[in-house]
Design a protein around this ligand. Sequence first.
Ligand code: BTN
Length: 269
Amino acid sequence: MTGRGGAGELPDRTHWSGEPLAVWEALWGIPALEAWSTLPSTNDRARHLARSGGAPWSVVVADHQTAGRGRAGARWVSEPAVGLWVSVVIVPRSPAHAGLLPLLAGTALVRAVEAVGPHPGVRLGLKWPNDVWLDGRKVAGILCEAVGDRVVVGMGLNLRDPAGGFPPDLTARAGSLEGLTERPWSPAAVLGRWLKEFRELSDPGPMRFEGRVADFWSERDILHGRRVRVGALEGVAVGVRADGALTLARDDGSVAEVRAGHVEWLDES
Ligand code: BTN
């Protein structure tokens, strides 16, 4: 890794959200919290930690990312102090567990945001594999990257709209919690609760996406019943299987399983 956050670099923040880092580490029960004013990408820094033996549930947070990444090579707009840009090092118990992390991270985020509001009536949706939506806009996304036997889970949550608004190519679909609800959200409360929910869903790692977590997902699944396209596949989204694959009912009566890819919907609602 080159540039800020690489080998030999040290985080420039001793405090985050008004408290010493050690306070958050103790409160959240995590081995390490690194806080940076600016990084290219918290995922890059967490990958560096993962490669150099960083303990499971080590967390990296930055006020600003200059090269935030989304899935499939997309950029992730991460302007200073308007969102939570955070990455966590996870050691999955098995390949099956690793494959479910994206779904678990997204589910945990919806539960966390709704739990800490307290803004009654705010009901978030999930778009496979782990986008979090509110009122027809994407407010958060998750990027999971394997690093040897570890996985870096990066989470980006828009708390406020960027100062000059979202870039034109994102304005139609991107949103922020505060922009949409006109209420404040505490970054520390959301991050602490996300870590708690994510940990509860991940430790010990489930091998299948079923039971309570799958039921919660189905209630929040914004793709369910919608006509979608993923790469060359088209069909109606009918849910998520126990192994985490998205299931599509195709026009020829067959069922397709989607394990990766960007889902676009073909109907508008
Ligand atoms: C997506 O929806 O495409 C995933 C977005 C993931 C963004 C987060 S912000 C923190 C972490 N660092 C990155 O560079 N990306 C993730």
